[in-house]
Design a protein around this ligand. Structure first.
Ligand code: GLA
Length: 370
């Protein structure tokens, strides 16, 4: 067999039976990440842990670094799972993401209260935020490469959310969070992370917020578009326009929580507000016996189209992270309706690559730089 033929066969290894690898396919474009859960971090779920180390070169913690897990009580930090997470990433030479420092959810009530259960005052909450960030970021200095410093500070209309952070500290809680993180690890990349940033009003609000932070000299590296998408929303043009707009501010852009919901919409709402929920009804859960081929193909096309947009922005877009690894582990089986069977990722419930996986690999090859 000639050398050229061998090389050609190698590049279509996926077809020849050898598994293609996402991280290889996009190695000259951007990092490819996955959010990981405890069973994967502890390598108890050996099959999925295997997929993570062969397919991905970055990890994000689904839950183990959220405030409620690492700092459940005022005088108690619990780093057991977080230490294992960072060790897992180190062992497999991955780009390690910290998620997340300042968010209103998955943060215990004591954080925002005084000893009587009334709202804490500004100084107390700022001090708590500073201690938390210095302790957590400081512990992993030089090992966690990038932090989602502030998560979901904006409403859908682009105004600042009246979260307890905002109500008690005021608007400068965002700048302070970045400042504390930078003090704790001056080398770490620092991000603002949110969903629905492709929508006009929220995009406008985010651009204003980020521009303001930049003008104030706040140490911010970039913005994470969560990327909780649906088959028909947002449009590729919207995603393209959002990445372009953030890139123009000189910010790096990441897709941080990518998945594509294929189920019927349970709510009019199109965002990813974790507090929303709806009742389970059979018509909202149509694919319990498997995904029909037509939907499987629509998902593959959707993924190929979105990756086409991402590839166009290589350089500005530095990472694409999926929120989960296999369909079975996705949060979208339980949000906004508990107990559905969803198919939002590239690997099926038994860890096998789906047609969407092949479509993404093909998108990498057909868009590779000359
Ligand atoms: C938001 C958060 C994530 C995660 C998802 C749902 O997008 O940023 O940490 O909780 O919701 O799982």
């Amino acid at each position: 067999m000639s050398l050229i033929l061998v090389v050609a066969l190698g590049s279509i290894g996926a077809i020849a039976g050898e598994q293609a690898m996402l991280k290889e396919a996009f190695k000259s474009d951007f990092l490819i990440g996955a959010a990981v859960n405890k069973a994967q971090i502890y390598e108890e779920d050996a099959d999925t842990a295997g997929l993570i180390k062969t397919q991905f070169n970055s990890i994000s913690p689904e839950n183990v670094l959220k405030w409620g897990v690492v700092h459940p009580k005022a005088d108690t930090y619990d780093f057991e799972a977080a230490d294992r997470y960072v060790a897992f990433g180190g062992k497999y030479h991955m780009f390690i993401v910290g998620h997340t420092l300042v968010w209103e959810h998955q943060t215990p009530a004591w954080v925002f209260q005084d000893e009587k259960g009334n709202p804490a005052d500004r100084e107390t909450l700022l001090k708590r935020m500073q201690d938390h960030i210095h302790t957590v970021v400081g512990r992993y200095k030089g090992r966690i490469n990038s932090w989602d410093v502030v998560n979901e500070a904006l409403n859908d209309d682009g105004s600042l959310r009246q979260s307890p952070w905002m109500k008690i500290i005021g608007e400068d809680y965002i700048a302070k969070a970045f400042q504390f993180a930078h003090e704790a690890d001056p080398q770490a990349e620092l991000y603002y992370n949110d969903y629905s940033l492709e929508n006009e009003a929220k995009l406008k609000g985010a651009l204003e917020l980020l521009r303001k932070l930049q003008t104030q000299g706040v140490p911010i590296t970039g913005v994470g578009l969560q990327g909780h998408y649906q088959l028909d929303f947002p449009s590729e043009e919207q995603v393209d326009a959002a990445i372009t707009a953030f890139g123009k501010l000189g910010l790096k852009v990441m897709i941080t929580e990518f998945d594509v919901d294929v189920l019927p919409r349970a709510l009019q709402y199109r965002g990813a507000d974790v507090t929303l929920s709806a009742e389970l009804q059979p018509k909202l859960n149509p694919y319990t016996q498997g995904l029909p081929d037509a939907v499987q193909q629509a998902l593959a096309q959707r993924y190929a189209g979105l990756f086409g947009v991402f590839l166009k922005h290589r350089g500005v877009l530095a990472r694409v992270t999926f929120w989960g690894v296999t369909d079975g582990g996705s949060w979208l089986n339980n949000w906004p309706v508990r107990g559905r069977t969803n198919y939002p990722l590239l690997f099926d419930r038994s860890g096998q690559p789906k047609p969407a996986f092949d479509a993404v690999i093909r998108a990498a090859h057909s868009n590779s730089p000359q």
